[in-house]
Design a protein around this ligand. Structure first.
Ligand code: PFF
Length: 453
């Protein structure tokens, strides 16, 4: 990849591969391994899963391409990229609001993401202590409940996770992270395959039940809530609607093929999510556990496998190490927009900007962490703080920003130039136009209104 168009001082892609790994690193995270299975469990399985898959390719992929394309044009932070590209195309600077909502969204998401990242990190040590040895579902549930009720414990791990995130961001996302991604991402894939294999072997007929639960169409379970959740999760999972992919695109050379790179990232992201579902649900059904337990799913069910399989102790430790790493490659991408903005708009240097924003995000994370114990009764709009933050960001802010991006890209930008930039044949340009101008905006508006009502 040419480096001629790279102008920022942080996280420069050394190659197309480096860029793809960083983008995939941001996309693949807790969303795939922790959130996707528990949402599928709560939303009735297949109807949610199939809708999510459809949205990933029909809505997520084009918006991912547009975010990169706009970022590559603007070559600045998301807010000023939107402003500059809008002015260059002859429109109002107000389009910067797409970038502003995105940056605020990334800030809010990181506050709860770090709490769950802390859980993953702590579970490395819980696994290493042998706590899961021979454990039944009741035992792993008890471990999880005790752990979630322990405020100082959760605070310690939230602090550690946020500190590691801040440290990496303060140093700059350089070759170290790219190299680590190259090692850890394939490792995570292999590990997930082993777990799926174990689930298939150990749970007997429950594997078939799980496949049916996840994939056999059961459209009667589909309602507005599930459709909105699937849309929100497609955005969350691909790190869309937060200006992050726009920022990543700003380090890109013209020679990178956006469509084929986006296709690879979406496919990787989907594979990790589906494999996680296939590793977890057979065990859920084989152990007679309910699929709809929510956020605890991965922390309660997988440990049953680790505690009862040969070599499970080591696998458990490795799994939570990889989960932590997948979370970190996403959390640094979540911190980046806020840091970049502070760095550009205040006298703060990169380190001070990182420390300042991390402290504010960390403090907000404490409120979120308390919602699992001391503040579990504190509710706003009938949701505790963690749920409220998740709802506000995933289901409202991300789709709204994504909508702004696609309307801008499809209606405000010169389409001939986009066509040549994406190198589309007349047929595929027709498909692209239909999707980006009509299908995606109408679908997103409809789902937002329908889901929110
Ligand atoms: N895509 C990440 C995941 O699935 O865990 C989470 C995430 C990262 C969301 C970055 C948004 C974002 F901008």
């Amino acid at each position: 990849m040419s480096t001629g168009t790279m102008k920022k001082s942080h996280s420069q892609w050394s190659s197309r591969m480096g860029f793809m790994l960083a983008a995939a690193g941001s996309a693949v995270g807790l969303g795939n391994i922790w959130k996707f299975p528990y949402m599928a469990g709560q939303m009735g399985g297949s109807a949610f899963v199939l809708t999510y898959l459809l949205f990933m390719f029909l809505i997520g992929l084009p918006i991912l391409v547009l975010e990169w394309l706009i970022g590559r044009r603007g070559q600045k932070n998301p807010i000023h990229t939107m402003e500059d590209v809008a002015v260059a195309e002859g429109h109002s600077k107000s389009w910067r609001w797409v970038g502003i909502i995105g940056v605020v969204g990334s800030f809010l998401i990181l506050s709860f993401y770090s709490v769950i990242g802390g859980w993953a990190t702590d579970y490395i040590f819980i696994a290493a202590k042998g706590s899961f040895d021979g454990a039944s579902g009741a035992v792993t549930q008890q471990i999880f409940d005790d752990f979630r009720g322990n405020v100082s414990h959760l605070l310690t791990w939230h602090t550690i996770f946020m500190a590691i995130t801040a440290l990496i961001v303060a140093l700059g996302v350089g070759a170290g992270l790219e190299r680590a991604c190259k090692l850890m991402m394939p490792g995570l894939g292999i590990l997930l395959l082993i777990l799926v294999g174990y689930a298939a072997y150990a749970s007997g007929p429950s594997f078939g039940v799980a496949c049916e639960f996840l994939f056999s169409p059961n459209w009667s379970a589909l309602n507005g809530t599930a459709i909105l959740a699937a849309l929100g999760h497609a955005f969350f999972s691909l790190s869309l609607g937060m200006g992050i992919m726009m920022a990543y695109g700003s380090y890109l050379g013209q020679d990178v093929n956006l469509l084929s790179t986006a296709r690879t990232v979406v496919i990787l992201d989907v594979i990790v999510a589906v494999l996680s579902g296939l590793a977890i649900f057979p065990l859920v059904f084989a152990n007679g556990l309910p699929p709809a337990v929510g956020e605890g799913l991965i922390f309660v069910t997988l440990p049953i496998a680790f505690g009862n399989m040969a070599g499970g102790a080591i696998l458990g430790i490795l799994f939570f190490i990889f989960l932590t790493f997948a979370a970190l490659t996403s959390s640094i991408s979540l911190l980046e927009p806020t840091v970049e903005l502070l760095e550009e708009k205040t006298p703060l240097g990169r380190k001070a900007a990182t420390i300042t924003s991390s402290i504010v995000i960390w403090a907000l994370g404490i409120a979120c962490l308390l919602s699992f114990n001391l503040w579990s009764d504190v509710k706003l709009f009938d949701k505790h703080i963690f749920d409220l933050l998740d709802y506000l960001t995933s289901k409202i802010m991300l789709p709204v920003t994504g909508l702004g991006t696609v309307i801008f890209g499809a209606w405000m930008m010169n389409q001939k130039r986009i066509r040549s930039e994406l190198n589309l044949s007349p047929f595929w340009f027709g498909v692209w136009t239909l999707l980006s101008r009509f299908v995606i905006p109408v679908a997103v508006i409809f789902i937002l209104v329908y889901g929110l009502m």
